[in-house]
Design a binder for this molecule. Structure first.
Ligand SMILES: *Cc1c(COP(=O)(O)O)cnc(C)c1O
Length: 273
């Protein structure tokens, strides 16, 4: 954990700390490692030889899965959204294939139905949902929650939300802490429904920092990430941690927190090398 400093934080008398889960591993970083752990342990215990999962062309989850399974000698199959793509479409897909992941490209309609093509052998195999969401992923976050707790008491915790597994996982373990989830997609209702279905009460969801697909907005986020790196020497990316820190800065500047507040933001990784 490190403290980051800014004239804004000083002016508002707020302390901001960053839990550096991005430093876990250069490829299987942050929450992706935490979320995959339980699945991988299960596969190893049961002698499972193949893992199938789903994601978009830039999925951090599939990227981490491809690398983790390569290291562990487990076969992996990635079902990718977009039939127009191929392993050369971006450097991450290329690496995933090099690491041994079998890539299947599907139309968006097929992908939405999450059907596994018949050509894929599903014997002795586990399927991990899109983005790694599942009870195992949520349970894998317990280790993160324990580390956070051992770092001392905080008034507020921040994390970005994709599927919500990380957010629900910390909420499950630290019910006494005010946990803020910064949405990166329009999936607030889904997060609330999962919270209710799993019986995990949640606190604050922030949906003002989703941004659109417009170039001007993505430029603003990119610029924020660059400035953040120049100030704090911590790399962030526009999709998850960029939105989270943008939101945190915005809330601090709008006097959302009482003076004297101690805030911890979880750097969930995602800066691909
Ligand atoms: C995948 C990812 C998230 C989203 O995590 P969920 O548990 O799916 O909500 C957040 N940050 C980074 C860096 C990620 O790669």
């Amino acid at each position: 954990m490190v403290e980051i400093h800014d004239v804004l934080f000083e002016e508002k008398q707020i302390n901001v700390f960053v839990k550096r889960d991005d430093l876990i591993h250069p490829i299987i970083s942050g929450n992706k490692w935490r979320k995959l752990r339980e699945y991988i342990q299960f596969a190893q215990l049961k002698g499972i030889m193949r893992v199938i999962s789903f994601g978009g062309a830039y999925s951090n989850h599939l990227y981490a899965l491809a690398y983790a399974t390569k290291i562990l000698g487990i076969q992996s199959i990635g079902i990718i959204r977009g039939e127009e793509l191929n392993p050369k479409s971006n450097p991450y897909l290329t690496k995933m294939q090099e690491w041994g992941m079998e890539l299947h490209f599907m139309t968006r309609a097929e992908y939405q139905r999450k059907l596994i093509p018949e050509s894929i052998n599903q014997i002795n195999c586990i399927t991990i949902a899109e983005g790694g969401f599942g009870k195992e992923a949520i349970d894998g976050i317990v280790a993160l929650a324990n580390e956070i707790q051992s770092l001392g008491s905080m008034d507020h915790l921040f994390c970005p939300i994709g599927t919500g597994a990380t957010y629900l996982g910390i909420s499950q373990s630290l019910p006494e802490v005010k946990i803020h989830g910064v949405l990166t997609l329009n999936n607030k209702e889904e997060i609330k429904a999962n919270s209710a279905a799993l019986g995990i009460p949640i606190q604050e969801l922030h949906d003002n920092y989703i941004f659109g697909k417009y170039a001007k907005q993505s430029f603003e986020l990119e610029e924020f990430c660059t400035t953040f790196y120049q100030k704090h020497h911590i790399k962030i990316e526009p999709i998850y941690t960029g939105r989270m820190f943008y939101g945190l800065y915005d809330l601090i500047s709008k006097d959302y927190f009482k003076p004297g507040s101690q805030i911890m933001a979880i750097h969930t990784g995602g800066v691909k090398v």
